[in-house]
Design a protein around this ligand. Structure first.
Ligand code: ATP
Ligand code: MG
Length: 475
């Protein structure tokens, strides 16, 4: 089999619209904007971020074996003898040109995924499913912004059969600009929720910004929306007014095209029965929660649009495991037995918090065990942040949580709003909460840790794992 390079050195000249200096690269096997993760053979683009200017790392990139670096005219003379350089007027614009070129040369089926929550989970489920059917390329991690999207496009091989891209936004207009680059055949809005409210007057404003994704569909494409979403009508109206030829829906609502008929937890997996355009499909996802089943339905709808066999697609779903901090479950040894850890430390907003409480409620506890919630601040919620934290008190009570640990100035509101019998400890930071949480653990406990990434609840998860491996070594 001939293995074509991602980019040939000559091909890059035109795609970047660059002039060459210091010799020409033979080929590039990858594209990078960060020397910490750069691989030998990658093309390095010196992008200016909020903190760093990539031009300060061009030498490091060449030292790590970069095939070439893309720099701007102002810095063209700063790197004599460093290695091949592509010189452009503006590196960000060159990255976007490279992404556009990759998209234009591609014959792939392309799907774009946005939403307030569930983008990465849905994209990663789709990656697992479509890999079963052909060469699949998907955005790395949550690379969903003005550099993440063109970078993900630029990394798409010409031979890719399925391309999956995550699109995110903080402001109106951003999704429109990103989807313009992706030109998807299918556009999915996973779920609209009160996230990033600081830049929007209300949830309708968020729905409108997410719905921009439909405007970038290629003619005859398909819009996919969550039928259970509170802003469903608004999203569907926007989809109908877009270039989409069809609007398909998923959810529990009886009129959903992909409808979740039943769902139950079996161990750490969710087992669902769906009806997709009238056809019964059974599936299992190793990621508990109805929200994950909903993401799975969105993926199956995309598979349907791409004309794939749905039974095979549903079977492939079983290979999905959620990535770090998004609901992954593990058993940890502690003195005298085991606890179950539900790691949700990557991300939090009121919607995903409630979904996580449901997970905790449904998780079986061992003899003598308790349901423990360890919560850090939900960030970027805007002016109503205080109320949104306080409202969690009732949800915690409904979820039958036995013990509540909280960290951060915002989560203090949840601490005081929760029933007194549930309140364990509150501390101002995650670091300070580590010790009381570890000290309280008993065999049989189920512990769910959740907060926005910036609240650093991941450190508590790490401490639990470390304590567990040291206690496992000692016994
Ligand atoms: N459909 C959903 N509804 C509610 N919560 C969800 C849904 N899908 C995933 N979640 C939860 O939301 C959190 C974030 O999930 P995920 O990383 O998939 O979202 P994202 O939209 O990619 O987030 P980001 O904006 O950080 O990239 C996780 O805790 C996950 O369990
Ligand atoms: Mg994401």
């Amino acid at each position: 089999m001939i293995q074509e390079p991602l980019w040939t050195g000559l091909g890059l000249v035109g795609a970047l619209n660059a002039r060459v200096s210091g010799g020409i690269a033979r080929e590039a096997s990858g594209v990078s904007i960060d020397t910490r993760t750069l691989q030998r053979g990658d093309l390095f683009l010196a992008i200016k971020g909020d903190v760093h200017d990539g031009h300060d790392f061009v030498r490091a990139a060449h030292d790590k074996g970069a095939a070439a670096a893309v720099v701007d005219e102002a810095h063209a003379r700063d790197f004599p003898d460093a290695g091949p350089l592509y010189v452009v007027k503006d590196v960000q614009a060159a990255l976007e040109r490279l992404g556009a070129y990759a998209r234009a040369r591609s014959g792939a089926y392309v799907a774009a995924i946005t939403g307030s929550v569930g983008k990465t989970s849905t994209k990663d489920m789709a990656r697992v499913v479509f890999s079963r059917f052909g060469a699949t390329h998907a955005s790395a991690a949550s690379y969903n912004n003005h550099w993440g999207v063109p970078l993900s496009l630029a990394r798409m091989h010409a031979a890719t059969r399925y391309g999956l891209f995550e699109l995110g936004m903080n402001h109106a207009g951003e999704i429109a600009a990103l989807v313009e680059q992706v030109k998807p055949h299918v556009a999915v809005v996973t779920r609209v929720a009160a996230v990033h409210l600081e830049n929007f007057p209300n949830i309708e404003g968020i729905a409108d910004a997410k719905a921009e994704i439909f405007g970038g569909l290629v003619g005859g494409g398909v819009a996919i929306v969550n039928r259970d979403d509170e802003t469903y009508e608004r999203l569907a109206r926007a989809a109908v007014a877009s270039p989409a030829a069809h609007v398909f829906t998923f959810g529990q609502h009886e009129s959903s095209d992909a409808r979740l008929i039943s769902y139950e937890m079996q161990g750490d997996a969710g087992v669902g029965e769906a009806r997709i355009f009238g056809r019964r499909i059974d599936f299992l996802v190793h990621a508990p929660g109805v929200h994950m089943a909903q993401n799975a339905l969105a993926v199956l709808l995309v598979a349907h649009v791409f004309d794939l066999d749905l039974d095979q697609a549903a079977a492939a779903l079983e290979e999905f495991t959620p990535s770090v901090g998004r609901g992954r479950r593990e058993q940890l040894a502690i003195a005298g037995g085991e606890i179950t850890l539900i790691d949700e430390s990557y991300n939090a907003n009121p919607t995903s918090m409630r979904a996580a409480f449901e997970l905790l409620k449904a998780a079986p506890v061992g003899p003598g065990g308790r349901r423990i919630a360890v919560l850090g601040d939900m960030l970027e919620l805007g002016p109503h942040s205080g109320e949104m934290h306080a409202e969690l008190g009732e949800d915690l009570a409904r979820a039958g949580v036995d013990l509540l640990f909280t960290a951060g100035p915002n989560m203090a509101r949840a601490h005081y709003a929760a029933p007194e019998s549930m309140r364990a400890e509150h501390r101002s930071t995650a670091t300070e909460l580590e010790e009381p949480v570890l000290a309280s653990l008993r065999p049989g406990d189920v512990v769910m840790v959740k907060g926005s990434n910036g609240s650093r609840m991941g450190a508590i998860v790490k401490a639990m794992r470390e304590k567990s491996s040291s206690s496992a070594n000692a016994s």
